[in-house]
Design a protein around this ligand. Structure first.
Ligand code: NAD
Ligand code: UDP
Ligand code: UDP
Length: 345
């Protein structure tokens, strides 16, 4: 990379699922990457392969505290993302979204750095509009078990919009829809990780409710393409942009597809639907197509096959270590008080 194009880039939450893929992409492109993480749900293993690289640095830090570093761009991903993880310590989840956004925006303001926020489709809540477009304001319960995440992320968007209006910051807001792939935490309780671990361990696949609720699943490599394209979009691309795969699928069909992808004979079992579980979710990605020429390319079965390879290796590794199969978040009460979410594996 030419010295002129080389940037110093901060990735908060860089040791997590999406963050580690983003760090890898930016390191490969030749940028100087500073990965900041408090290892609540992320792990050093996720970025261990980057440590020997001279353009990668790992720092343990909690974004709810101020951070004084010198960078050109900031990707703010720090926040637990799975319902099991973000409901484990809901007050901390809100603090991470809100105080974390304030600190990272303060940093961006001092440095006049461009800043990207990992927002979420959860800002639409249990949407009454389908598919969801960026101009839909959402249908969110402000006091339910998911609110710490949904409202925290909504407040972070407000802060981003106000730092832009008040201080002229160059901001990017990606509303990320469900994303899956290698390096998901096997114990995060998300639907893909649960079904993968269950299918590969020969346990029943736990479908919540009757499985007719839908999600639209995007493969991680496609999502990272979207992050970088949005960050690099022309100045002024500051409105929120949906990033996700518009291909919508019921959770029952997903269970069947994962059983097929893993060659598993596990049966399907039904469990109660968690409170406030959104019924339908599908992004309208016409803004992403028009503004950054982005759309996902990976077909679901292709992405599931790659993801199954990762989970198979994780399980083999756990067995080799004598740990047996990792416990997984089979319900939203999986994480027991007193145990950190990150210790669940
Ligand atoms: P993840 O849990 O794997 O990663 C989050 C990372 O943030 C972890 O490494 C964690 O240790 C770190 N972190 C948490 N609190 C922190 C704090 N206070 N200070 C520093 N680091 C902290 O989750 P992910 O799936 O990689 O999600 C990354 C981001 O993308 C999150 O902001 C999430 O809300 C957003 N997002 C993800 C999805 C998805 O489907 N994966 C969907 C919508 C939005
Ligand atoms: N901040 C930071 N790093 C910096 C600059 C600011 O972490 O390089 C934090 C600091 O904790 C501050 C917050 O960002 O409280 C918001 O900064 P801003 O300048 O917007 O507000 P103020 O300092 O006036 O509260
Ligand atoms: N789900 C399921 N079985 C599981 C885990 C989740 O049926 O073992 C359902 C969950 O109720 C939701 C969907 O799968 O309807 C996606 O859940 P996830 O936690 O992955 O993400 P969400 O989109 O709810 O944040």
């Amino acid at each position: 990379m030419r010295e002129f194009d080389r940037k110093r880039i901060l990735v908060t939450g860089g040791a997590g699922f999406l963050g580690s893929h983003l760090c890898e992409r930016l390191v490969e492109a030749g940028h100087d990457v500073l990965c900041v993480d408090n290892f609540f749900t992320g792990t050093r293993e996720n970025v261990a392969h980057l440590i020997p690289r001279s353009n990668f640095e790992l720092m343990r830090h909690d974004v709810t505290f101020p951070l004084y570093v010198e960078v050109d761009e900031i990707y703010n991903l720090a926040c637990p993302a799975s319902p099991v993880h973000y409901q484990y310590d809901p007050v901390r989840t809100t603090k991470t979204s809100v105080h974390g956004a304030i600190n990272m925006l303060g940093l961006a303001k001092r440095l006049r750095a461009k800043i990207f926020q990992a927002s979420t489709s959860e800002v639409y809540g249990d949407a009454r509009v389908h598919p969801q477009k960026e101009d839909y304001w959402g249908h969110v319960n402000p006091i339910g078990p998911r609110s710490c995440y949904d409202e925290g992320k909504r407040c972070a968007e407000t802060l981003f919009a106000d730092y832009r209006r008040q201080y002229g910051l160059e901001i990017r807001i990606a509303r990320i829809f469900n994303t899956y792939g290698p390096r998901m935490h096997p114990a995060d309780g998300r639907v893909v990780s649960n079904f993968m671990v269950q299918a590969l361990s020969g346990e029943p696949l736990t479908v919540y409710g009757d499985g007719s609720q839908t999600r639209s699943l995007c493969y991680v490599d496609d999502m990272i393409d979207g992050f970088v394209a949005l960050m690099d979009a022309p100045d002024g691309t500051c409105d929120p942009v949906n990033l996700g795969n518009p291909h919508e699928i019921t959770m029952l069909e997903l269970a069947e597809r994962i059983a097929r992808a893993t060659g598993s004979a596990s049966p399907i079992t039904f469990r109660p639907l968690p409170i406030d579980d959104p019924w339908h979710r599908r992004p309208d990605i016409s803004s992403a197509r028009a503004l950054i020429g982005w759309e996902p390319r990976t077909a679901l079965d292709e992405g599931l096959a790659a993801t199954a390879g990762y989970f198979r290796a994780q399980l083999a590794h756990a067995r080799h270590d004598g740990r047996g199969a990792p416990p997984h978040g089979s319900s939203l009460t999986f994480i027991q008080p007193g145990s950190r979410a990150s210790k669940a594996l």
